[in-house]
Design a binder for this molecule. Sequence first.
Ligand code: SAM
Length: 162
Amino acid sequence: MTRLDSAIRRLTAQRELLDWATGEIDDTGLVLEVGLGNGRTYDHLRDRLPGRRIYVFERTPAAHPACTPPDEFLVVGDICDTLPDFAQRFGSRSAALIHVDIGTGNEDLNRLLALRLSPLIETLLQPGGLLLADRALVMPNCTDVSSQTGVSKGRYFVYRRE
Ligand code: SAM
């Protein structure tokens, strides 16, 4: 498989999952996009969930202005700092859907961040809420439903809060 094939497969899986999840979630609850990057998946989410409140977390926002959320929905800073503040502000169990896409090329760093992130994310999910992540997280109060989504094993990780 070429790197182009691999990139296409990853993006296709991402789009399929976002489409699946937007059809699954409750009508109420916040949507959180963790990692704005180029704003591609944020743009997709806002298209699929018109009128929904989508908060976006990013350390260094640099997306094209057309794919950058309004200031009130952009949470700038390291998620290890901003997610706890956000949970204080909106309360735990306030999110219907969380999409985490913060991968770096450094696997050690990725693992460390996943461990720190897991409890922060799990706290924010409402019962029945979905987490889609580019890495496995440790979610003791969630069920791993990745295999129910049709996406190849290990490509993306999907959890539903009990
Ligand atoms: N989903 C995006 C898209 O479709 O364009 C791509 C996201 S990109 C792979 C990952 C983003 O996560 C980067 O913009 C990076 O700055 C951000 N990020 C990584 N670690 C972070 C952290 N600890 N706090 C906040 N943002 C972080």
